[in-house]
Design a binder for this molecule. Structure first.
Ligand code: FAD
Length: 312
């Protein structure tokens, strides 16, 4: 159900921060796909987020937390409810400087590429492999983002969350239960910030690792085309989804403007005017061939939002 004008006005009065009505979600995603959301709100700080979460909870409104939108596919009909963007919940501070390590606390809305570059500049080792992952820090925590054998779950020692009542709770690494591209967090909680523990290293060596990650990504991924990164999770380390899809000859196959990348078969790119329906049709084609010819059920890595569960 759409939000009524009254509700929209109440939220706009309640929350300090930008709030836009009926704005296309394609603007907020790296896929450049998605119909309008009733309301997109960017709380200016944690207090604003707390007020908004309490409001949506008390009034039983649908809501969605959105970081940089680099791992989502929104439906062409958009989202009925409130999309809460975390982009203003920034922050980056070194809060413990040990002899051979440091602890760095980062706000959910801070871009992950900034964190990778800043920690490298400070001679802190551990994040270079994550170079090129384009999301927010909070999104990286939730998706347990990773690359080149390193992932957020290995680095995090502490996460601060906000519950629907606006209360802040802290979880230590041991409570996080991180798995491949998944972090088990309390349902509906917003990630406010996270703390990583990084070793002191040699800046030149860290920069070399970044350079290698950059070269690898540029050679193997369509980083300049709109996409949401890898569409499917790898069924196992020795059976990457991209390899399975490539083997079945899908590279270059398209539905409308949605196309399997020629460079990396696990990426679907938007060649201009792709719709969510086209992407989903392509996803179904791939899944069904991989199922029938390889006997493997591919699981989505991208979060599909606003569609019936049998498509998601
Ligand atoms: C070109 C390209 C390359 C990529 N390469 C990689 C890669 O190598 N490795 C990898 O792991 N991923 C990769 N990705 C996917 C994506 O960048 C990561 O998953 C990223 O961490 C998502 O962050 P985000 O802020 O964009 O999250 P979003 O897409 O905004 O959200 C992802 C999910 O997290 C939830 N969420 C976001 N922020 C919060 C919050 N603060 N609190 C609670 N829930 C929240 C959302 O509701 C959603 O369910 C790539 C994507 C692209 C486009």
């Amino acid at each position: 159900m759409s939000l009524s004008p009254d509700r929209i006005r109440q939220i706009q009065e309640l929350v300090v921060g930008r709030a836009r009505v009926a704005v296309p979600l394609s603007r907020y995603t790296s896929f450049r796909i998605g119909g309008p959301a009733d309301l997109v709100v960017e709380p200016a700080d944690a207090q604003g987020l707390a007020a908004l979460l309490r409001y949506v909870d008390e009034n039983r409104l649908s809501f969605l937390l959105l970081g940089a939108g680099t791992n989502v596919l929104f439906h062409d009909d958009g989202f009925r409810g409130v999309v809460i963007r975390t982009c203003s919940l920034g922050g980056f501070r070194v809060n413990e400087n040990g002899f051979d390590y440091a602890r760095v606390t980062v706000g959910a809305g801070t871009p992950l590429p900034y964190v990778v570059n800043q920690t490298a500049r400070l001679g802190l080792d551990g994040m270079a492999q994550l170079w090129g992952i384009p999301g927010s820090f909070g999104g990286a925590v939730v998706t347990n983002a990773g690359a080149g054998g390193s992932c957020m779950g290995d680095l995090l020692i502490h996460v601060k969350l906000m519950t629907l009542s606006g209360a802040e709770i802290s979880l230590d690494a041991g409570d996080l239960d991180s798995r491949y591209r998944r972090m088990k967090l309390p349902q509906s909680a917003a990630v406010l910030e996270g703390t990583v523990r990084l070793r002191r290293g040699d800046t030149d060596v860290i920069n070399q690792a970044i350079e290698q990650a950059r070269t690898r990504r540029r050679a193997t991924q369509p980083i300049n085309r709109p996409s949401a990164g890898c569409v499917f999770k790898n069924p196992s380390p020795d059976k990457p989804a991209g390899m399975l899809i490539d083997r079945l000859g899908f590279k270059g196959e398209g539905v409308g403007d949605a196309q399997v990348s020629e460079l990396h078969a696990n990426f679907i790119i938007n060649r201009g005017r792709a719709t969510a329906a086209q992407v989903l049709e392509l996803i179904e084609r791939i899944r069904s061939r991989v199922r029938s010819e390889e006997g493997i059920e591919l699981e989505l890595e991208v979060s599909v939002i606003g569609v019936e569960p049998d498509h998601a």
